[in-house]
Write a protein that binds this ligand. Structure first.
Ligand code: AMP
Length: 466
């Protein structure tokens, strides 16, 4: 998972990019970076581990001059969380420079990297994205967009790319359209972002989505859009709407808040909880779905779990061992709401099940009489190879247990998941054109031949800048 943001044609391009990255922080918290290109075509980069708020010293920001900038927030698996793997990448090449920020996950990166290494290419990171930089550097086409198209021919998997080639910004979205990418306007400048909430923060208006398979270039000659990539069925990621994107964004043309509410309403229809007295969310990602559940079921919606906002995903493990301790650092129940009640707890997804198990024990500890778990997505049974950091199938709890086993394991009185059909019917433009491989196991393309090499930490491997 990652967030990308770019600006063309604004004298404060880097400052705007920093603002945009704040709004894309939820898409990646491990590292953040900005590349700016000045009036003389000189590129400068600033990258740091950690959050956007921690990453850019004033002096560094002041040095990021020029009218073009691209930025990136990164989330990957633990092993590859190093500064070498922070983006954007800035490389000096024969004809000038290439800067690149990537959201997605290439499925044939291992093969492409081997090919390049056999030809003598030297890599400075283990990121799959670096493969694209090498391929752009070798491309022979005249135009910048032609070079990007040439580089992407043969690259498989998910990508939303922001590339700067000298003084041209080129953006590309893979033909399947797994990840979102939008274009906006801010006076005479053009802005690109993974999600519309990042356009809002800089005051840009939404112009349109970059279409699957589209490449757009902007430079002094103007804006050009080309369709040079092979066409493919559309497979937008349903999990963006279920969990990943912010509810104040429009993703794939539709409001995430509206789709999450629809998921919650559909969940209440498919898996009601008769006799329950109160509904609450596991904040924050399931707030909207729990509201939908409450609306449909007519139950009161309460804020029964309080989340500590100062604890990130990568918080230091408490010395106290055990799952409950880990969950307790992040959540605390409000006893006054829960005590003596039959409660419905809504979450958007169960991955390994550790969070849910810990939460159920907290909620029971706060005196709940019955706990009915409702999940606003289908069971996650397969890994994602297109940009979401789902663990291996062996670690996916719903792939390892029957429904009854899982109900017992989580310690709930009942467990209800949304059906795949119900989940897809809640998408803004209906059920067609979505990838649901993590829920159905039906991968729309060939999956990596050596998935373990794509995971982080392997010296020989390529890690993915999700
Ligand atoms: P667990 O079942 O303990 O692995 O955690 C499930 C929780 O993690 C749910 O509350 C989700 O909101 C959240 N979640 C779902 N997918 C991811 C992901 N790829 N990375 C981090 N958190 C996730």
């Amino acid at each position: 998972m990652c967030g990308v943001f770019g600006v063309y044609g604004h004298k404060e391009a880097a400052a705007l990019t920093q603002l945009g990255l704040y709004s894309l922080q939820h898409r990646g918290q491990e590292s953040a970076g900005i590349v700016a290109i000045d009036e003389n075509g000189r590129g400068r980069v600033s990258r740091a581990m950690g959050l956007v708020s921690e990453g850019f010293a004033d002096a560094e920001m002041a040095a990021l001059l020029g009218p073009i900038a691209i930025g990136h927030t990164r989330y990957s698996t633990a092993g590859s969380s190093t500064i070498e793997n922070a983006q954007p990448i800035l490389a000096r090449v024969r004809r000038g420079h290439i800067a690149l920020a990537h959201n997605g996950n290439l499925t044939n990166a291992v093969e492409l990297r081997r090919e390049l290494e056999e030809e003598g290419a030297i890599f400075s990171s283990t990121m799959d994205s670096e493969v694209i930089v090498h391929r752009i550097a070798r491309a022979q086409s005249e135009s910048p967009e032609g070079r990007v198209a040439e580089a992407l021919a043969g690259v498989e998997g998910a990508y939303c790319l922001l590339v700067v080639l000298d003084e041209t910004i080129v953006v590309a979205r893979d033909p399947h359209g797994w990840r979102p990418l939008v274009m906006g306007r801010l006076a005479d400048s053009v802005v690109f972002a993974s999600e519309t909430c990042a356009l809002d923060i800089v005051g840009a208006t939404i112009e349109r989505e970059i279409q699957p398979g589209e490449i757009v270039a902007i430079d002094r000659q103007g804006m050009r859009s080309i369709r040079a990539l092979p066409s493919a069925p559309i497979n937008r990621c349903v999990f963006e709407h279920v969990y990943f994107a912010r509810p104040d964004s429009k993703v794939f043309g539709g409001s995430v808040d509206r789709s999450r509410r629809a998921l919650g309403r559909q969940l209440a229809r498919e898996c009601p909880a008769p006799g329950a007295q109160v509904v609450f969310a596991v904040p924050d990602s399931s707030n909207s779905a729990a509201l939908g559940f409450a609306e449909e079921s007519g139950l009161p919606y309460e804020l029964a779990l309080i989340r500590n906002h100062y604890v990130g995903r990568t918080f230091i493990q408490p010395t106290q061992s055990g799952r409950d301790a880990k969950v307790k650092v992040k959540y605390n129940p409000v006893r006054e709401i829960i005590e003596g009640k039959r409660v419905v707890m809504v979450d958007d997804s169960i991955v390994r099940g550790t969070t849910t198990r810990g939460l159920v024990s907290l909620v029971r500890g706060a005196g709940a009489r019955e706990v009915h778990m409702r999940v606003s997505s289908a069971p996650i049974i397969s890994s994602c190879y297109y940009g979401i950091d789902t663990p291996r199938r062996e670690e996916l709890i719903a792939a390892q247990m029957t429904h009854d086993e899982l109900t017992r394991h989580l310690g709930v009185d009942s467990l209800g998941y949304l059906s795949i059909g119900g989940m897809l019917s809640a998408m803004p433009d209906g059920p067609e054109g979505y990838c649901h491989a993590c829920f159905s196991g039906r991968y729309p393309t060939a999956i990596p031949s050596e998935p373990e090499l794509l995971r982080a930490g392997s010296a020989a491997g390529v890690s993915v800048g999700l």
